[in-house]
Design a protein around this ligand. Structure first.
Ligand SMILES: NC(=O)c1ccc[n+]([C@@H]2O[C@H](COP(=O)([O-])OP(=O)(O)OC[C@H]3O[C@@H](n4cnc5c(N)ncnc54)[C@H](O)[C@@H]3O)[C@@H](O)[C@H]2O)c1
Length: 250
């Protein structure tokens, strides 16, 4: 796809990676609709580039997702791009017994469900609505799902790992199902990347994590964008996940 022709919805666009994707798409000439629950972050984003419009809503709400797609069509015409980036984590061990007190802690159903709702159901709803709208288009459509290194299974992330593996499985099957409509689907699985998620981490914890990365540093949002942009631009790419993780999962 030529990004100058892009009319792209980016979820989770008010912060971190989504903000970076929205700004870079807009600078390449694409029209971008940023979709997020964070209204303050969205209004900051909207002021950054004339190619960006914003929609405040929740990716877990079927009504909000439908309204967002309709808003994008109203603003720019038919949507031909989507990045499913909105994501949360609520880390906890599945079960944990305190050695001294013997107290048992478990991952709560609420923490399981909220992560499934945003990362997996949100991706399902946005992809379904956008794909239904792309199906009659003459030109191709592109959908990118943001996964994570955690897709391989990461301790303390029963909920998050399930969603990030789930979106890669769906990337493959949507790539197959939707190819007949000229809709390509790809995924990008970032490693530790400099966004507010990492800023919130203790320095010693972060140092330990970085020590496990062969390239010995965290990633920059622009480096994750490069993989997203590759999927948009390469018309022969579909159904695959690109790991951009400094070698962490080698
Ligand atoms: N930063 C990393 O190291 C890293 C690594 C691997 C994968 N990821 C993935 O990249 C994506 C972006 O992460 P980030 O680091 O930029 O995080 P972030 O917290 O900076 O941004 C996430 C955005 O999603 C929005 N959001 C959350 N719930 C929402 C909902 N229900 N509806 C609409 N918007 C919602 C938030 O408001 C926020 O603006 C996530 O899917 C995350 O899992 C991040």
């Amino acid at each position: 796809m030529d990004l100058q022709d892009g009319k792209i919805i980016v979820t989770g666009a008010a912060s971190g990676l989504g903000r970076c994707f929205a700004l870079n798409f807009a600078r390449s000439g694409a029209k971008v609709l940023g979709f997020d629950i964070d209204e303050e972050g969205l209004s900051e984003l909207a002021g950054e580039d004339g190619n960006i419009e914003v929609f405040a809503g929740n990716v877990t709400s079927e009504d909000d997702v439908k309204s967002c797609v309709a808003a994008c069509v109203d603003a720019f015409g038919a949507v031909n791009g989507l990045v499913n980036n909105a994501g949360i984590f609520r880390d906890a061990l599945l079960v944990k017994k305190d050695r001294k007190s013997g107290e048992l802690k478990t991952m709560s159903l609420q923490d399981w469900q909220s992560v499934i709702d945003v990362n997996l159901t949100g991706t399902f709803l946005c992809t379904r609505e956008v794909a239904a709208q792309m199906i009659d288009a003459e030109d191709e459509g592109v959908i990118v799902n943001i996964s994570s290194v955690s897709r391989h299974g990461n301790q303390g992330q029963t909920n998050y790992s399930a969603t990030k593996a789930g979106v890669v499985a769906d990337t493959k099957l949507w790539g197959e199902e939707l190819a007949r409509y000229k809709i390509r689907v790809g995924a990008v699985a970032p490693g530790f990347t400099q966004t507010p998620i990492l800023d919130a981490m203790r320095d010693d914890v972060l140092e330990k994590l970085v020590g496990q990365v062969p390239l010995r540093r965290t990633g920059r949002p622009e480096e994750i964008y490069q993989a997203v942009e590759f999927i948009f631009r390469c018309d022969y790419f579909t159904g695959r996940c690109i790991d951009v993780d400094g070698g962490l999962t080698l």
